[in-house]
Design a protein around this ligand. Structure first.
Ligand SMILES: [Zn+2]
Length: 413
C-alpha cells in the first residue's frame, strides 16, 4: 500500500535561497522541455519517445551549467511528469475532448520538485532531524508523527506554499495485507453522515456542521470591493489575489476539519461502517444544498477509508437503502420525511434520534457484511441517553469530537 506523509520543513534563510534556486532551475527546465516538445509535435504530429527525451538531458547539461547543480533524478522527474501530462492531454484530444494546452509556467506557478528513489534521506544532524537532499542541503524537518519502521521511502516532494512555507511530502510504501475484520471487535462504530449535522455515530457522538459564515462573509465583502475597482488596474489585481486567499482559506478550513474527523475515527476504532455514497447519491433527490453536502461526504469518506487502511482499522461501506426508515431495534420500516428528526418505532416502541437510529443500522449492516458478531447489546441500551452534540468548531480546535477524555492521539495532519 502507498501512503503520503507530509511534514513542515524548517529551512534557514540560506536553505530557502537554495530551495528557491533549485525550484527555479526545475521550472526553467520544465518550460524549455515544454517548448521542445510542442515544437516536435508540430513537426512530427506526435510526441517523441520518453527514452529519446530522457537521453537529451546529458547534452543539455553541456551548455546549461545550472542543470549540473541539481540532482539528476530530480531533473528526470521534471521531464517525465511533463511528458506524461502531455501524453494524457493528447490522448484526450484524440478522443475528441476539447482540452487546452499546457502553459509556460511563471515562478509562482511552479512550486515543487521531487526526489524519486534516491538522493534523499532522513538523518540526524546536531541533535535534530533533517531531510538530507543530495546537491541541496540538510534541512531541519518537524516529524510531528513518525513514519512506520517497516515503510520504504519511495520519494519526497518538496513544495513551497503560496504563504512561503516549505513542506516535504514522502511517498511511502508499506508491505501490509489489508486488515482482517476483527473476530469480535471491541471498538466498532457506525457513522451516518447527514445534512443538518455533519455526522452522527453509534457512540452517541453528533458532530455539527462546520460554521464558515465568517469566512464566507469576508469573501463576499472582498468580492464587492473587486467590483468597484477598475478592471486590470494594480489595485484590481491586488484585490483579486486577496479573493484567491479567501478561497484558499475556506478550502483549507474545510479540509482540516475533514482530516481531523477522519483521523479520529480511524484511530479510535477497530471497525468503521459507513454508507456507500455511490449508491446513496443515486437514491436521494438532488438539490443544490444536497450536492454540496454530498461532495463533502465523499471527501470525508475517501479520507476515512485511506486512514483506516493506514491505521489497520477495518472499513466497510454498506448499502444505504432504508437505513433511516428501518428500526434499529426490531427492523420494521416506517416512512419518515426529512423533517422528522426523531425515530419512534410503532412496532417495538424504540425511540432515538433519527440519525442515531440510522447509524445503528449502518453498523449492524457493516458487521453482517463481514460476518462478525457485535458484543455490545441492543441499541436501546446505549443509543438513547448518551447522545452528545459536539460542535464542528471543537473538532477543529481539539482534533477530536470528544476531546481528551476519549483520546490523546487523535490530533495531527
Ligand atoms: Zn422497532
Amino acid at each position: 500500500m502507498y501512503y503520503a506523509y507530509k511534514y513542515r520543513l524548517k529551512p534557514s534563510d540560506a536553505h530557502r535561497e537554495e530551495l528557491d534556486r533549485h525550484r527555479d532551475i526545475c521550472r526553467q527546465l520544465y518550460n524549455h522541455t515544454l517548448y521542445r516538445l510542442n515544437e516536435y509535435q508540430d513537426k512530427h504530429g506526435e510526441l517523441p519517445s520518453m527514452t529519446a527525451l530522457r537521453s537529451e538531458l546529458p547534452d543539455l547539461k553541456q551548455w546549461w551549467d545550472d542543470l549540473s547543480d541539481v540532482y539528476s533524478k530530480v531533473l528526470q522527474t521534471v521531464v517525465e511528469r511533463l511528458f506524461d501530462n502531455l501524453k494524457a492531454l493528447s490522448a484526450l484530444k484524440k478522443n475528441g475532448y476539447g482540452v487546452g494546452q499546457l502553459k509556460w509556467k511563471p515562478p509562482r506557478e511552479f512550486r515543487s520538485f521531487t526526489y524519486s528513489q534516491s538522493g534523499f534521506k532522513l538523518d540526524k544532524k546536531g541533535g535534530q532531524t533533517v531531510l538530507s537532499l543530495s546537491k541541496l542541503a540538510d534541512i531541519p524537518i518537524r516529524l510531528h508523527r513518525p513514519i512506520p519502521d517497516d515503510a520504504k521511502l519511495k520519494q519526497v516532494t518538496v513544495k513551497k506554499e503560496p504563504t512561503g512555507e516549505w513542506f516535504a511530502t514522502f511517498g511511502v510504501e508499506v508491505d501490509r495485507e489489508p486488515p482482517e475484520p476483527p473476530e469480535n471487535p471491541e471498538k466498532c462504530v457506525g457513522i451516518d453522515v447527514g445534512i443538518f449535522k455533519y455526522a452522527h455515530d453509534t457512540d452517541g457522538t453528533a458532530v455539527g456542521s462546520l460554521d464558515l459564515s465568517d469566512e464566507r462573509e469576508r469573501l463576499e465583502h472582498e468580492q464587492r470591493k473587486l467590483s468597484r475597482k477598475q478592471r486590470g488596474s494594480n489595485n484590481w489585481e491586488k484585490q483579486r489575489r486577496r479573493i484567491a486567499e479567501c478561497h484558499a482559506d475556506l478550502r483549507r478550513k474545510r479540509r482540516d476539519f475533514l482530516h481531523k474527523l477522519s483521523n479520529y475515527y480511524a484511530r479510535e476504532y477497530d471497525f468503521v461502517a459507513v454508507e456507500d455514497l455511490n449508491v446513496k447519491g443515486m437514491m436521494e433527490s438532488p438539490s443544490n444544498s444536497r450536492n454540496t453536502a454530498s461532495a463533502a461526504w465523499r471527501t470525508f469518506l475517501s479520507l476515512l477509508e485511506y486512514k483506516c487502511e493506514r491505521e489497520g482499522t477495518h472499513f466497510v461501506a454498506v448499502n444505504p437503502s432504508g437505513t433511516t426508515k428501518e428500526c434499529a431495534s426490531c427492523g420494521v420500516s416506517t416512512e419518515k420525511p426529512l423533517w422528522v428528526r426523531e425515530h419512534s418505532c410503532p412496532a417495538c416502541g424504540f425511540e432515538a434520534d433519527r440519525d442515531a437510529n440510522a447509524a445503528w443500522n449502518i453498523l449492524s449492516r457493516g458487521l453482517e457484511n463481514v460476518g462478525v458478531g457485535h458484543s455490545e447489546g441492543t441499541p436501546v441500551e446505549t443509543a438513547l441517553p448518551t447522545d452528545t452534540p459536539v460542535s464542528a468548531k471543537r473538532v477543529v480546535e481539539a482534533g477530536s469530537p470528544t476531546l481528551k477524555e476519549r483520546t490523546a492521539s487523535a490530533v495531527s495532519e
